[in-house]
Write a protein that binds this ligand. Structure first.
Ligand code: ZN
Length: 305
Protein backbone atom coordinates (compact mmCIF):
# COMPACT_ATOMS: atom_id res chain seq x y z
CA UNK A 1 0.00 0.00 0.00
CA UNK A 2 2.74 2.36 1.08
CA UNK A 3 4.83 1.42 -1.95
CA UNK A 4 1.93 2.18 -4.22
CA UNK A 5 1.57 5.63 -2.68
CA UNK A 6 5.25 6.32 -3.13
CA UNK A 7 5.11 5.14 -6.73
CA UNK A 8 2.09 7.31 -7.38
CA UNK A 9 3.87 10.29 -5.83
CA UNK A 10 6.89 9.69 -8.04
CA UNK A 11 4.70 9.39 -11.10
CA UNK A 12 2.92 12.66 -10.27
CA UNK A 13 6.26 14.42 -9.77
CA UNK A 14 7.53 13.16 -13.13
CA UNK A 15 4.33 14.26 -14.80
CA UNK A 16 4.60 17.73 -13.29
CA UNK A 17 8.22 18.02 -14.39
CA UNK A 18 7.20 17.14 -17.94
CA UNK A 19 4.43 19.73 -18.16
CA UNK A 20 5.16 22.42 -20.74
CA UNK A 21 4.50 25.30 -18.28
CA UNK A 22 7.41 24.17 -16.11
CA UNK A 23 9.72 23.93 -19.07
CA UNK A 24 8.61 27.37 -20.17
CA UNK A 25 9.39 28.92 -16.78
CA UNK A 26 13.05 28.07 -17.35
CA UNK A 27 13.02 29.97 -20.65
CA UNK A 28 11.82 33.17 -19.02
CA UNK A 29 14.24 36.06 -18.69
CA UNK A 30 15.41 36.16 -15.06
CA UNK A 31 15.08 39.74 -13.81
CA UNK A 32 15.83 41.05 -10.33
CA UNK A 33 14.21 44.23 -9.02
CA UNK A 34 15.58 45.73 -5.83
CA UNK A 35 12.18 46.28 -4.17
CA UNK A 36 8.53 45.30 -4.57
CA UNK A 37 7.24 48.44 -6.33
CA UNK A 38 9.87 48.12 -9.06
CA UNK A 39 9.14 44.39 -9.27
CA UNK A 40 5.52 45.16 -10.12
CA UNK A 41 6.49 47.67 -12.83
CA UNK A 42 8.84 45.06 -14.36
CA UNK A 43 6.06 42.42 -14.30
CA UNK A 44 3.71 44.75 -16.12
CA UNK A 45 6.20 45.46 -18.91
CA UNK A 46 7.77 41.98 -19.04
CA UNK A 47 4.53 39.98 -18.88
CA UNK A 48 4.95 36.26 -19.60
CA UNK A 49 8.49 36.62 -20.98
CA UNK A 50 10.11 37.44 -17.64
CA UNK A 51 10.49 35.87 -14.20
CA UNK A 52 10.83 38.74 -11.72
CA UNK A 53 12.22 38.54 -8.21
CA UNK A 54 12.20 41.46 -5.77
CA UNK A 55 15.03 41.53 -3.22
CA UNK A 56 13.14 43.64 -0.67
CA UNK A 57 9.66 42.10 -0.58
CA UNK A 58 6.18 43.20 0.49
CA UNK A 59 6.10 45.58 3.48
CA UNK A 60 9.93 45.58 3.54
CA UNK A 61 12.09 48.65 4.22
CA UNK A 62 14.72 49.05 1.49
CA UNK A 63 16.49 51.89 3.37
CA UNK A 64 17.80 49.52 6.04
CA UNK A 65 17.87 46.23 4.14
CA UNK A 66 20.53 43.60 4.91
CA UNK A 67 21.07 41.32 1.90
CA UNK A 68 21.29 37.55 2.46
CA UNK A 69 23.54 34.95 0.75
CA UNK A 70 20.42 33.85 -1.16
CA UNK A 71 20.19 37.38 -2.64
CA UNK A 72 23.73 37.01 -4.04
CA UNK A 73 22.71 33.73 -5.71
CA UNK A 74 19.57 35.39 -7.12
CA UNK A 75 21.71 38.17 -8.62
CA UNK A 76 24.22 35.67 -10.04
CA UNK A 77 21.38 34.00 -11.99
CA UNK A 78 19.84 37.25 -13.25
CA UNK A 79 20.15 38.60 -16.79
CA UNK A 80 18.85 42.05 -15.80
CA UNK A 81 18.93 44.02 -12.54
CA UNK A 82 16.48 46.90 -12.17
CA UNK A 83 17.32 49.47 -9.51
CA UNK A 84 15.72 52.71 -8.36
CA UNK A 85 18.94 54.73 -8.12
CA UNK A 86 19.02 58.19 -6.45
CA UNK A 87 20.94 56.64 -3.53
CA UNK A 88 18.02 54.41 -2.48
CA UNK A 89 19.83 51.06 -2.50
CA UNK A 90 23.00 51.85 -0.55
CA UNK A 91 23.58 48.13 0.06
CA UNK A 92 23.45 47.07 -3.60
CA UNK A 93 26.93 47.79 -4.99
CA UNK A 94 28.63 45.46 -2.51
CA UNK A 95 26.00 42.77 -3.09
CA UNK A 96 26.43 42.90 -6.88
CA UNK A 97 30.22 42.71 -6.50
CA UNK A 98 30.05 39.72 -4.15
CA UNK A 99 27.62 37.89 -6.44
CA UNK A 100 29.89 38.15 -9.54
CA UNK A 101 26.73 39.00 -11.45
CA UNK A 102 27.14 39.60 -15.18
CA UNK A 103 23.64 41.03 -15.53
CA UNK A 104 22.82 44.28 -17.28
CA UNK A 105 21.75 47.08 -14.97
CA UNK A 106 18.83 49.47 -15.52
CA UNK A 107 18.46 52.53 -13.30
CA UNK A 108 14.70 53.04 -13.46
CA UNK A 109 14.82 56.69 -12.31
CA UNK A 110 17.23 57.74 -15.11
CA UNK A 111 15.97 61.02 -16.56
CA UNK A 112 13.80 61.91 -13.56
CA UNK A 113 14.42 65.38 -12.17
CA UNK A 114 15.76 64.65 -8.66
CA UNK A 115 14.05 66.48 -5.83
CA UNK A 116 16.60 68.47 -3.90
CA UNK A 117 16.35 68.31 -0.15
CA UNK A 118 15.82 71.56 1.66
CA UNK A 119 16.99 72.47 5.16
CA UNK A 120 18.28 69.98 7.69
CA UNK A 121 17.24 66.88 5.77
CA UNK A 122 19.76 67.75 3.09
CA UNK A 123 22.61 66.62 5.33
CA UNK A 124 21.40 64.04 7.79
CA UNK A 125 19.78 61.27 5.83
CA UNK A 126 22.79 59.03 5.72
CA UNK A 127 23.77 58.78 2.07
CA UNK A 128 25.38 62.18 1.58
CA UNK A 129 23.80 65.43 0.41
CA UNK A 130 24.20 64.78 -3.31
CA UNK A 131 21.72 61.90 -3.48
CA UNK A 132 18.57 63.93 -2.95
CA UNK A 133 15.19 62.29 -2.39
CA UNK A 134 14.96 58.72 -3.78
CA UNK A 135 11.13 58.30 -3.62
CA UNK A 136 10.55 59.44 -7.22
CA UNK A 137 7.92 56.74 -7.93
CA UNK A 138 5.42 58.64 -5.77
CA UNK A 139 4.75 60.90 -8.78
CA UNK A 140 2.99 58.95 -11.54
CA UNK A 141 4.74 61.07 -14.19
CA UNK A 142 8.03 59.71 -12.83
CA UNK A 143 6.66 56.15 -12.79
CA UNK A 144 6.10 56.59 -16.54
CA UNK A 145 9.80 57.37 -16.92
CA UNK A 146 10.57 54.23 -14.87
CA UNK A 147 8.41 52.15 -17.23
CA UNK A 148 10.15 53.53 -20.33
CA UNK A 149 13.58 52.74 -18.85
CA UNK A 150 12.46 49.24 -17.85
CA UNK A 151 11.06 48.63 -21.37
CA UNK A 152 14.35 49.71 -22.96
CA UNK A 153 16.34 47.58 -20.51
CA UNK A 154 14.24 44.50 -21.24
CA UNK A 155 14.63 45.01 -24.98
CA UNK A 156 18.42 45.30 -24.60
CA UNK A 157 18.53 42.10 -22.53
CA UNK A 158 16.04 40.18 -24.70
CA UNK A 159 15.81 41.70 -28.22
CA UNK A 160 13.47 38.92 -29.42
CA UNK A 161 10.79 40.24 -27.06
CA UNK A 162 10.90 43.82 -28.39
CA UNK A 163 7.34 43.88 -29.81
CA UNK A 164 5.89 42.32 -26.64
CA UNK A 165 7.69 44.73 -24.31
CA UNK A 166 6.64 47.72 -26.41
CA UNK A 167 2.98 46.64 -26.47
CA UNK A 168 2.91 45.85 -22.73
CA UNK A 169 4.59 49.15 -21.85
CA UNK A 170 2.19 51.14 -24.05
CA UNK A 171 -0.86 49.49 -22.44
CA UNK A 172 0.50 50.05 -18.93
CA UNK A 173 1.45 53.67 -19.67
CA UNK A 174 -2.20 54.29 -20.64
CA UNK A 175 -3.27 52.95 -17.25
CA UNK A 176 -0.78 55.25 -15.51
CA UNK A 177 -2.11 58.20 -17.49
CA UNK A 178 -5.63 57.41 -16.23
CA UNK A 179 -4.28 57.00 -12.68
CA UNK A 180 -2.66 60.43 -12.83
CA UNK A 181 -5.99 61.98 -13.84
CA UNK A 182 -7.73 60.10 -11.01
CA UNK A 183 -5.29 61.57 -8.46
CA UNK A 184 -5.84 65.12 -9.71
CA UNK A 185 -9.64 64.74 -9.68
CA UNK A 186 -9.58 63.31 -6.15
CA UNK A 187 -7.27 66.00 -4.75
CA UNK A 188 -9.33 68.75 -6.43
CA UNK A 189 -12.27 67.80 -4.20
CA UNK A 190 -10.29 68.38 -0.97
CA UNK A 191 -10.52 71.98 0.31
CA UNK A 192 -7.06 73.58 -0.35
CA UNK A 193 -6.52 74.59 3.29
CA UNK A 194 -6.94 70.95 4.37
CA UNK A 195 -4.34 69.53 1.96
CA UNK A 196 -1.75 69.13 4.71
CA UNK A 197 -0.78 65.94 6.47
CA UNK A 198 1.85 64.30 8.68
CA UNK A 199 3.62 61.02 7.84
CA UNK A 200 6.44 59.16 9.61
CA UNK A 201 9.28 59.48 7.09
CA UNK A 202 9.65 62.01 4.31
CA UNK A 203 8.64 59.74 1.41
CA UNK A 204 5.98 61.82 -0.34
CA UNK A 205 7.95 64.84 -1.60
CA UNK A 206 7.46 63.96 -5.28
CA UNK A 207 3.74 63.34 -4.69
CA UNK A 208 3.55 66.69 -2.91
CA UNK A 209 5.31 68.56 -5.75
CA UNK A 210 3.16 66.88 -8.42
CA UNK A 211 -0.28 67.05 -6.80
CA UNK A 212 -0.20 69.89 -4.28
CA UNK A 213 -0.65 68.13 -0.94
CA UNK A 214 1.76 69.26 1.77
CA UNK A 215 3.47 66.46 3.73
CA UNK A 216 5.39 67.00 6.95
CA UNK A 217 7.47 64.19 8.50
CA UNK A 218 9.48 63.93 11.73
CA UNK A 219 11.91 61.51 10.08
CA UNK A 220 14.03 62.41 7.03
CA UNK A 221 13.95 60.77 3.60
CA UNK A 222 15.61 57.65 5.01
CA UNK A 223 14.35 55.51 7.87
CA UNK A 224 17.97 54.99 8.98
CA UNK A 225 17.96 57.77 11.55
CA UNK A 226 15.40 58.13 14.34
CA UNK A 227 13.37 61.33 14.66
CA UNK A 228 14.86 63.55 17.36
CA UNK A 229 12.82 64.85 20.31
CA UNK A 230 13.30 68.30 18.80
CA UNK A 231 11.83 67.22 15.43
CA UNK A 232 8.83 65.72 17.18
CA UNK A 233 8.28 68.86 19.29
CA UNK A 234 8.53 71.03 16.16
CA UNK A 235 5.89 68.94 14.40
CA UNK A 236 3.53 69.01 17.37
CA UNK A 237 3.74 72.82 17.39
CA UNK A 238 3.19 72.92 13.62
CA UNK A 239 0.10 70.66 13.76
CA UNK A 240 -1.48 72.87 16.42
CA UNK A 241 -0.59 76.15 14.72
CA UNK A 242 -1.60 75.13 11.19
CA UNK A 243 -4.54 72.96 12.35
CA UNK A 244 -3.23 69.99 10.34
CA UNK A 245 -6.22 67.60 10.29
CA UNK A 246 -4.66 64.14 10.15
CA UNK A 247 -1.54 62.04 10.64
CA UNK A 248 -0.89 58.85 8.66
CA UNK A 249 0.92 55.63 9.48
CA UNK A 250 3.14 53.82 6.94
CA UNK A 251 3.44 50.11 6.29
CA UNK A 252 7.24 50.19 6.65
CA UNK A 253 7.45 52.30 9.82
CA UNK A 254 6.75 51.79 13.51
CA UNK A 255 3.30 53.30 14.28
CA UNK A 256 4.23 54.33 17.84
CA UNK A 257 5.68 57.77 17.05
CA UNK A 258 2.71 58.87 14.94
CA UNK A 259 0.19 57.63 17.50
CA UNK A 260 2.02 59.67 20.15
CA UNK A 261 1.87 62.77 17.95
CA UNK A 262 -1.85 62.19 17.33
CA UNK A 263 -2.50 61.85 21.08
CA UNK A 264 -0.67 65.06 21.93
CA UNK A 265 -2.27 67.19 19.23
CA UNK A 266 -5.76 65.80 18.81
CA UNK A 267 -5.08 65.24 15.08
CA UNK A 268 -6.81 62.08 13.95
CA UNK A 269 -5.00 59.01 12.60
CA UNK A 270 -6.16 59.03 8.99
CA UNK A 271 -5.07 55.48 8.15
CA UNK A 272 -1.99 53.86 6.63
CA UNK A 273 -0.16 55.15 3.56
CA UNK A 274 2.09 52.95 1.45
CA UNK A 275 5.36 54.66 0.64
CA UNK A 276 8.26 52.32 -0.14
CA UNK A 277 6.73 48.85 -0.42
CA UNK A 278 3.69 47.00 -1.72
CA UNK A 279 1.59 44.77 0.52
CA UNK A 280 1.16 41.06 -0.11
CA UNK A 281 -1.80 39.84 -2.21
CA UNK A 282 -4.21 40.05 0.72
CA UNK A 283 -3.33 43.66 1.59
CA UNK A 284 -4.75 46.83 0.00
CA UNK A 285 -1.67 47.59 -2.15
CA UNK A 286 -0.43 44.47 -3.97
CA UNK A 287 0.43 46.51 -7.12
CA UNK A 288 1.76 50.01 -7.79
CA UNK A 289 -1.59 51.19 -9.17
CA UNK A 290 -3.39 49.75 -6.11
CA UNK A 291 -0.86 51.48 -3.86
CA UNK A 292 -1.40 54.95 -5.36
CA UNK A 293 -5.17 54.44 -5.48
CA UNK A 294 -5.26 53.32 -1.84
CA UNK A 295 -3.17 56.34 -0.80
CA UNK A 296 -5.34 58.93 -2.54
CA UNK A 297 -8.59 57.37 -1.26
CA UNK A 298 -7.21 57.27 2.28
CA UNK A 299 -6.04 60.88 2.02
CA UNK A 300 -9.30 62.16 0.66
CA UNK A 301 -11.44 60.25 3.20
CA UNK A 302 -9.43 61.76 6.08
CA UNK A 303 -9.09 65.29 4.72
CA UNK A 304 -12.53 65.98 3.27
CA UNK A 305 -14.49 65.97 6.50
ZN1 ZN B 1 11.59 55.79 2.16
Amino acid sequence: MLTRQILFGLFAALLLAALPSTAKAQDKLPVVATFSILGDLVSNVGGDRVAVKSLVGANGDAHVYSPSPADARTLADAKLIVTNGLGFEGWLTRLVKSSNSKARNVVASKGVKPRKLAGKHAHDHGHGPSDGDPHAWQSVANAKTYVANIRDGLIAADPAGKAVYEANAAAYLDKLEALDREIRETIAKIPPERRRIITTHDAFGYFSDAYGVEFVAPQGVSTESEASARDVARIITQIKKQKIPAVFLENISNPRLLKQIADETGAKVGGTLYSDALTDEKGPAPTYIDLIRHNIRTLSAALQS
